[in-house]
Design a protein around this ligand. Structure first.
Ligand code: 6PG
Length: 253
């Protein structure tokens, strides 16, 4: 795996600000999807939660992308979800629904929501893993192989709902698991590292100076997010200048 000058594994794309970051990431995702669809396959993407990806979803939901993309060949999954109802303000599903999905001509069957509202998160995790396995071929480690996973990066180096010191980091034989966050809502569902690392592509979207220390820890291999390394796939980082320079050196410079 190549290392950029910033020391991050994979390929780094730098944008001047969050708006350009969203535009560049959206353009890359659309091109990635078009390549998969051109091969005659459906495009299975796991969406990220948090705040950063909202601007990316807005670009995808706007012209020209909204009108020129073959959405009926996309299927939407999630990298993680909070233990809350889908209409809760903290729901990652609701973020994607409000900023992307409700604007697109989609078959509801192609939206695979994590059941964060379930009173039994272990059962909900098992159901989601079974749903993934029923739609996707097995990838490295026999985990279901998503075409693309979008991820954010927390200031403590977490990603999805994989937080430092949590037992879920050591799961090797399950594709989805209950998890615990450092902040409310504490209870979560998350794709496990085997599932993330079985993906054909992974793209981190990171903006803001507050993410510099976490990026440094990724480059040093000490952050949780440093454990996201696709076994047979592409890893790409989309950073804005604030995040990259706060890391202590703009990538490629
Ligand atoms: C979540 C996300 C989480 C997020 C990071 C970055 O459910 O909160 O999955 O991993 O991506 O915490 O969040 P921001 O984009 O809001 O900085």
């Amino acid at each position: 795996m190549s290392r950029d000058a910033a020391g991050l594994p994979g390929t780094v794309e730098l944008a001047s600000d969050p708006a350009e970051l969203a535009a560049r990431a959206a353009g890359w995702v659309l091109g990635y999807a078009a390549t998969v669809i051109a091969e005659g396959r459906r495009f299975h993407i796991a969406l990220a939660g948090g705040h950063t990806p909202a601007a990316l979803y807005d670009v995808l939901a706007s012209a020209p992308a909204r009108k020129t993309t073959d959405w009926l060949r996309w299927e939407f999954w999630w990298g993680d979800e909070r233990a809350c109802p889908p209409d809760d303000a903290g729901s990652n599903y609701r973020l994607a629904h409000d900023r992307l999905l409700r604007h697109l001509p989609l078959d509801r069957l192609h939206i695979h929501r994590m059941r964060g509202e379930s009173p039994d998160l272990a059962a909900a995790a098992g159901d989601y893993a079974a749903e993934l396995a029923s739609h996707l071929a097995a990838g490295p480690g026999s985990a279901p192989r998503l075409d693309l996973v979008l991820l954010g990066l927390g200031t403590n180096g977490h990603t999805a709902s994989l937080f430092p010191g949590q037992k879920v980091l050591d799961v090797t034989d399950r594709w989805v698991a209950p998890a615990r966050a450092d902040y409310a809502p504490f209870e979560r569902l998350t794709l496990t590292l085997p599932t993330l690392n079985a993906a054909a592509g992974i793209a981190f979207i990171v903006a803001g100076a507050d993410k510099g220390p976490a990026l440094r820890e990724v480059a040093a291999g000490t952050a949780v997010a440093a454990r996201v390394r696709p076994a047979r796939g592409e890893l790409r980082w989309f950073l804005d200048t604030a995040a990259a320079t706060s890391m202590g050196g703009a990538p490629g410079g």
